[in-house]
Design a protein around this ligand. Structure first.
Ligand SMILES: NC(=O)c1ccc[n+]([C@@H]2O[C@H](COP(=O)([O-])OP(=O)(O)OC[C@H]3O[C@@H](n4cnc5c(N)ncnc54)[C@H](OP(=O)(O)O)[C@@H]3O)[C@@H](O)[C@H]2O)c1
Length: 253
C-alpha cells in the first residue's frame, strides 16, 4: 500500500529529543523524507540511523536562533532532498518562575527560540511550501507550529513562556489567513504536560514548584503529540486542522 506521505519532504526542528524526535519517526514511517534539525548532532545521527532502515533522514546541525543557520537548514533540506512539503516548527524552551527578579537571559532564550527561531524557519520555508502546494503528489503543504496550553491560558510563574506561545498562536492565525487559499495549511498544536526533557532546563527551585503542580498526573508521551501531528498533515487536501489542544486526561488546567 502507498504510504500517505510518500514523495514528500518534511523538516522538523528540535528533532534531537522529545516531541520533535517522535514526530520525525512518525512522518518517516508514513513515507516522508525527513530533515532533522537541532544542535546536538550525535542525537540526530542516532535518530537518522533508526529511521534509515525504513526511509530517508538528513541530519542538519543548526542553532535556529541564528537567522543564517535557520536559512541554511531550509536551503540544505531543499538542495539535498529536492523539495519541502511540511515544516514542523517544534523546537522550544520553557524557563518558568516569577517575573520579579527573573534572569533576563532566560527570557532572551525563550523569545529567541520560541518566537524568532520559528519565524526565521517559516520565512525561509514559505517559498518552497508554496511551490510544493502547487505540485504532485499532494497539491497541499503544511506548517505545524507547536505551541502549548500556555499559548491559550496565562498562568502564574509562566509569564514570558506564555507570551512566546501566545505570540506563536497569533502569528499562526495571521499566516493561515494569508496562505490558506494557496493550499498551505497552518496548524497550531497545543500540548499539555508531556514527558520530555523540556522542564529539565529550569533552575532547581522552579523544578520543585513544577513537581508539585503536576504531582500524580499521568503525562502524555511524545508519541501522543506526534500522532496528532501525523493526523493533521495526512488530512485530505480540502481539510485543514487549524488548532488542536491536547491535555493529559488527568490535567485539569
Ligand atoms: N513537554 C511538554 O510538556 C510540552 C507541553 C507543551 C508544549 N511543548 C512544546 O513542545 C516543543 C518541543 O518540546 P519537548 O517537550 O519535546 O522538549 P525537548 O525534549 O526539550 O525538545 C526541545 C528540542 O528543541 C531543540 N532546540 C533547543 N534549542 C534549539 C536551538 N537553538 N536550535 C535548534 N533546536 C533547538 C532541542 O535540541 P538541541 O538541544 O539538540 O538543540 C530539542 O530537540 C516545544 O516548543 C515546547 O514548548 C512541550
Amino acid at each position: 500500500m502507498t504510504k500517505r506521505l510518500e514523495g514528500t519532504v518534511a523538516l522538523v526542528t528540535g528533532a534531537s529529543s522529545g516531541i520533535g524526535e517522535a514526530t520525525a519517526v512518525a512522518l518517516a514511517e508514513e513515507g516522508a523524507m525527513v530533515a532533522l534539525v537541532a544542535r546536538r548532532r550525535d542525537r540526530l545521527e542516532a535518530l537518522a540511523e533508526r529511521i534509515g532502515g525504513a526511509g530517508t533522514a538528513l541530519v542538519i546541525e543548526a542553532d535556529i536562533t541564528d537567522q543564517a543557520q535557520a536559512e541554511r537548514a531550509v536551503a540544505t533540506t531543499v538542495s539535498e532532498l529536492g523539495r519541502l512539503d511540511t515544516l514542523v516548527n517544534n523546537a522550544g524552551v520553557m524557563l518558568l518562575g516569577p517575573i520579579v527578579g527573573a534572569p533576563i537571559e532566560e527570557w532572551q532564550r525563550m523569545v529567541n527560540l520560541n518566537v524568532l527561531g520559528l519565524l526565521y524557519c517559516t520565512h525561509a520555508a514559505l517559498p518552497h511550501l508554496l511551490t510544493a502546494a502547487e505540485a504532485e503528489p499532494r497539491s497541499v503543504a503544511d506548517i505545524v507550529n507547536v505551541s502549548s496550553t500556555a499559548g491559550r491560558v496565562a498562568r502564574l510563574n509562566s509569564g514570558v513562556y506564555n507570551a512566546t506561545k501566545h505570540g506563536v498562536g497569533a502569528f499562526s492565525e495571521s499566516l493561515r489567513q494569508e496562505v490558506t487559499a494557496r493550499h498551505v495549511r497552518v496548524s497550531l498544536v497545543e500540548p499539555g504536560a508531556t514527558a520530555t526533557e523540556l522542564a529539565s532546563h529550569n533552575r532547581p527551585e522552579v523544578l520543585e514548584t513544577m513537581r508539585t503542580r503536576f504531582a500524580g498526573i499521568e503525562r502524555m508521551q511524545a508519541e501522543d503529540i506526534a500522532d496528532a501531528i501525523l493526523y493533521i498533515v495526512t488530512r485530505p487536501r480540502h481539510v485543514a486542522v487549524n488548532e488542536m489542544l491536547i491535555r493529559p486526561t488527568e490535567q485539569e488546567g
